[in-house]
Design a protein around this ligand. Structure first.
Ligand SMILES: Cc1cc2nc3c(=O)[nH]c(=O)nc-3n(C[C@H](O)[C@H](O)[C@H](O)COP(=O)(O)OP(=O)(O)OC[C@H]3O[C@@H](n4cnc5c(N)ncnc54)[C@H](O)[C@@H]3O)c2cc1C
Ligand code: SF4
Length: 541
């Protein structure tokens, strides 16, 4: 085992949250090391940089995905009592899952953090909405979020740093239906730049966001916060899989971590503070793996809640076709939204709410041929005619809604299986309750209404019901009572001094919002509170 000098801050994970902690604290003089299990993915290696990128998308997934369906060797195991349709999708590498996210960046609404108070479901957040807003402003500025103030349900907010990305032809077509129904189809706020920035082009509507943005328009962590962190002296170690958080002899204070490099050699980093940013599955996994005789159930787990209340958004998607071409393969994957069903209402038969995303999610002709045409076995003019009459005619829209988890929805360690490094594989169990089923019925009806009113035909369900495996939340809840939460409102674990969590594990409820803007605002707040505790303040940006 090798050991480095002690650093002020050891950040585990370089994704959405880890990059924020590292950049904000390195910038004001903290010594920071970032340990990242995966590798850096350079822009020229992104499949969309090559003309045959549609062939290469599966390579991209394999390079970082940890979902077994993409052939990665470190799988997640699915618990026997869980929903078998749930499939985890995330990215292991510098930038974390922001490397193939869609950048849909909505703020939550004030009512979202009081679901328990207002509906008896879920748990209330231990912070006030006003404590988040300055951090939302800061993250949006750092990322150059593009948006417009045309959503009448948006809480009061300043103008966006960049003008909205124009709605595509396909989204405008669906907006016609929303207008007919009296729904407010607004521009989606996106972590995608609509104006060029140094070293980055603005969005060129190529439509490949999931597979990596060769323009550099998507504000993923590897081209926003990570370069700032490194420029200010943070040391980024790739191929470093943290296997344990270490604690002093008295069992009170975190004093560093151990990690395995890609050759299996064990290293120790000594740190005054450790901040876990591995996401809603890997952070509880690491705490559970860090057990020792005085913590037999894992670290910071006095409440028994590490890994419990695992949650992810409910999700329904519908597709439809139009007689004319609307070219839904052009434009950012999410390009418009409807927030009419976001806020909780007592007159509906479910608690909580949801958002509708208007999408350009068709991809190019190769994908269309393989997905929709090939199986028909057509040749010659029949094939040409089929392609002409179907490619560019389809659209799909999705709804993301709250999922109220129970303590039985959880991440724990598989008792038998280990990964390529010999570490126990995480096992996930997640289920739908009656509330989720009622919400999904409502979603299906509203999505169908919108497509019908837009003039679409051949309307079909793509995802009938289920949880979305891309938003991994809730497994180390924050709260004010150590009996019912793992951390306090500043992300500090109740039990262990110097040990923080800053990723989506903290969320007491999902809220209807795609989570990453809020994850990054919370991480900014945690950095701010760490600095303030030391008599410092974050740098001006
Ligand atoms: C296809 C897709 C589309 C998405 N679209 C959106 C969207 O439009 N809007 C939105 O808000 N969100 C979206 N998301 C979700 C978003 O990407 C995540 O919410 C966000 O990245 C989570 O941030 P995080 O910091 O918790 O984890 P991540 O960003 O996943 O980063 C975690 C990092 O930690 C590393 N790590 C984990 N464990 C260890 C360990 N033990 N040692 C060392 N390193 C470790 C991982 O390799 C990874 O790089 C999408 C996700 C996917 C997969
Ligand atoms: S549509 Fe825009 S954001 Fe998406 S990959 Fe293309 S250039 Fe990047």
């Amino acid at each position: 085992m090798t050991s480095d000098d002690e650093v002020d801050i050891c950040v585990v994970g370089s994704g959405a949250s880890g990059s924020v902690i590292a950049a904000e604290l390195a910038r004001i003089g903290y010594s920071v090391v970032i340990l990242e299990s995966g590798q850096a993915l350079h822009r020229e290696a992104i499949p969309t940089a090559k003309p045959d990128w549609e062939h290469r998308t599966s390579d991209f997934y394999r390079s970082g995905q940890t979902d077994p369906s993409f052939g990665q060797k470190d799988p997640v195991v699915y618990g026997p009592t869980g929903d078998r349709r749930f499939r985890v999708s995330r990215f292991r590498g510098v930038g974390g899952s922001t490397m193939h996210y869609e950048g849909f960046y909505t703020r939550i609404h004030p009512g979202d953090i009081h679901r328990r108070r207002d509906t008896g479901m879920g748990a209330d957040w231990p912070i006030k909405y006003a404590e988040l807003t300055p951090h939302y402003d800061r993250v949006e500025k750092m990322l150059g979020v593009s948006g417009a103030l045309d959503n009448r349900f948006e809480p009061e907010r300043p103008a966006y740093p960049n003008p909205a990305i124009a709605m595509s032809c396909a989204v405008k077509q669906v907006k016609v239906g929303c207008d007919r129904l009296g729904l407010n189809a607004a521009h989606a706020p996106l972590a995608i730049i609509s104006r060029p920035a140094p070293g980055r082009g603005s969005c060129n509507f190529c439509g490949a966001c999931w597979f990596g943005c060769m323009q550099g328009a998507i504000s993923n962590a590897s081209q926003t916060y990570i370069p700032v962190a490194v420029r200010h002296g943070a040391r980024l170690v790739t191929g470093a899989t943290v296997s344990r958080v270490t604690v002093d002899r008295r069992g009170r204070r975190a004093d560093g971590v151990e990690y395995l490099d890609d050759n299996g050699a064990l290293h120790k980093v000594r740190a005054r503070r450790v901040v876990l940013c591995g996401n809603g599955i890997e952070t509880p996994r690491l705490l559970l793996m860090s057990s020792r005789t005085d913590f037999p159930d894992g670290l910071a787990n006095e409440s028994g809640l590490v890994g419990r209340y695992f949650t992810a958004h409910c999700h329904v998607s519908l597709a439809g076709s139009f007689d004319h071409r609307i070219n839904a393969y052009k434009g950012p994957n999410i390009n418009g939204m409807v927030q009419d069903f976001w806020d909780h209402r007592d007159d509906r038969d479910f608690a909580g709410g949801y958002v509708i995303a208007l999408r350009n999610a068709e991809l190019g002709p190769y994908y269309h041929y393989h997905r929709h045409v090939r199986k028909r076995g057509l040749f010659g003019e029949h094939l040409v005619s089929r392609m002409q009459n179907s490619f560019g005619h389809g659209v799909n829209i999705s709804a993301y809604g709250e999922h109220f988890s129970s303590a039985d929805d959880r991440v724990d360690l598989d008792p038998v299986r280990t990964d390529s490094k010999g570490l126990p594989v995480p096992r996930v169990t997640i289920r739908q309750g009656d509330n989720e089923i009622a919400m999904q019925q409502h979603m299906r009806q509203k999505l169908d209404d919108i497509l019908q009113a837009s003039g679409a035909h051949d309307i079909r369900i793509i995802t009938a019901s289920g949880n979305l495996g891309t938003h991994l939340l809730g497994t180390c809840r924050m709260g004010s009572d150590p009996k019912t939460s793992v951390t306090d409102a500043s992300g500090k674990t109740h039990q262990i001094e110097g040990l923080y969590i800053a990723d989506g594990s903290l969320f007491p409820t999902t809220t209807p919002a795609n989570p990453t803007l809020t994850i990054q605002a919370l991480a900014t707040r945690i950095a701010h509170l760490i600095a303030r505790g030391d008599g410092r303040s974050l740098a001006t940006i």
